[in-house]
Ligand binder design. Structure first.
Ligand code: PGA
Length: 257
């Protein structure tokens, strides 16, 4: 069964004091949320503060990126052992902002992923087409290429530790959500690709999140789609009130698909 995941990507927001306040509000409001897994991804500097507040709760700590080398002369980078030490259990890889602003490619995502697979961290691997690629009509091909490059060399067993996040670039931070039907079509295509490559059973078990302008108002319809297993939330995760409404997207929901 695929237990839903609601993940908040804080991006470059929140000081330590702000992180503590947000984490404690989410912790209190999400205490009874057993229908989904809740992931918080603060910036590196706030990981320690967040870890203190959520220790022993149902909230899972994630980082927004990681380097593939365990240590060395890599100014400005953060390693897997550092994230483990800070209390992280997960890490986001290949977010479109990393791809667009910081030269991330499928190959570098793959290097990070392979290193993460040897660690205790579980990855959320992001993929998604740009507006130009969507309008050109070849977005399924673009996504297949991103999957092939990012997941290169992965075994079916390893695949089960991965969460994928489909985030159409044109929907991130723009207020323009992909309609539930448009997102479902891509999610189904991703599952089909995974099935061919890793087998039907592995593909059936992998969670695929949607991301891009998720709000309390649109999450219920997205979650009703058979192949959408949760959300990667940006802007709406920065206030406890809206993130909690997203977490509690459907109080009648008892869990996975
Ligand atoms: P958004 O960001 O919810 O602000 O569109 C989503 C993301 O980038 O993960």
């Amino acid at each position: 069964m695929r237990i839903p995941v609601i993940a908040g990507n804080w991006k470059m927001h929140k000081t330590n004091a702000e992180a503590r306040a947000l984490c404690s509000d989410i912790r209190d409001g999400a205490r009874n949320a057993t229908h989904c897994r809740i992931v918080l991804a603060p910036p590196y500097t706030a990981l320690g503060a967040a870890a203190e507040v959520i220790r022993g709760t149902n909230l899972i700590l994630a980082a927004q990126n990681v380097h593939w080398e365990p240590k060395g002369a890599f100014t400005g980078e953060i390693s897997i052992p550092m994230l483990e030490d800070a209390g992280c259990c997960m890490v986001i890889l290949g977010h479109s902002e990393r791809r667009q602003c910081f030269g991330e490619t499928d190959q570098t995502v793959n290097r990070r992923l392979r290193a993460v697979m040897k660690s205790s961290l579980d990855p959320i691997v992001c993929i998604g087409e740009t507006l130009g690629q969507r309008e050109a009509g070849n977005y399924q091909e673009v996504i297949s290429q991103q999957l092939a490059g990012s997941l290169d060399g992965l075994t079916g067993r390893e695949l089960l530790r991965i969460i994928l996040a489909y985030e159409p670039v044109w929907a991130i931070g723009t207020g323009r959500t992909a309609s539930p039907q448009v997102a479902q079509e891509v999610h189904l295509g991703i599952r089909g690709w995974l099935s061919e490559k890793f087998g039907a059973e592995a593909a059936r078990q992998v969670r695929i999140l949607y991301g891009g302008s998720i709000k309390p108002e649109n999450i219920p319809d997205l979650m009703r789609q058979p192949d959408i297993d949760g959300g990667l939330v940006g802007g709406a995760c920065l206030e406890a009130e809206s993130f909690l409404r997203i977490i509690h997207y459907d109080s009648r929901s008892t869990g996975g698909k």
